[in-house]
Design a protein around this ligand. Sequence first.
Ligand code: NAP
Length: 243
Amino acid sequence: MKCALITGGSRGIGRAICIKLAAQGYYVLINYKSNIEEAKKTLSTIKEAGGNGELLQFDVADKDQIKQKLGDWLQENEEEKHIEILINNAGIREDSLMAWMAEEQWDSVMKTNLDSFFHVTRLVLNGMLTRKYGRIINVVSLSGLKGLAGQTNYSAAKAGVIGATKALAQEVGRQGITVNALAPGFIRTDMTDGLDEKELRALIPLKRFGLPEEIAHAAAFLASPDAAYITGQVLSINGGLYS
Ligand code: NAP
């Protein structure tokens, strides 16, 4: 059975990607941190549409939990379920000007957005290498390309994942595995809930925030066999805000 693991699949962009990949026939592993109600909603939406999957709770900022929970799942299911697609999507922001940034704000953003890439991907990669096929898609950000004031932690973490995307793409290309990144601009989710869309949309050539489904379409394409010759790329999806 072909599976797709989406970290942070309970809400926002991750949920839209789960629904899209399930509609394409993948058995979807919906990771989340603590919001089980929202994770269950993602799963029931998938099942109502005729798809299938399961919840897989672990905190991507905690390497021991990743090793234990994801490691156990991989071992228990190694005979019949293979993760073909990994979407490293879970992320947080803890904005503050550098002068006032607490160590905790730096550390939590690094662990959740950057270290998670290493710990999750390393576990999943082995199976992809064995089967000589895989699609790894990292959800980064405009902030990691451009740098945004008030986000030195978040910009650094996302820029780190962009570097890792390009390096890993070169390591695993010959094994049929592609590694790409999606860099959203402003997308309507809980993460951008506090932002003033009316004011910010003046800066965006397409004059609106994007929708999670608009990221999911691109993720589904990069995850498909049709995208076999695309690797090491960062695709901006930002309404023309920056390129
Ligand atoms: P969101 O609506 O805030 O949802 C965040 C998701 O990540 C939730 O499913 C949450 O799980 C999960 N998550 C957070 N910390 C986690 C952890 N430690 N372990 C496991 N799961 C965790 O965010 P979003 O807007 O969809 O963002 C998704 C990704 O896109 C992030 O990487 C973000 O940086 C990136 N991005 C977003 C935007 C935007 O405008 N929205 C722009 C650029 C980049 P729970 O439900 O359990 O909390």
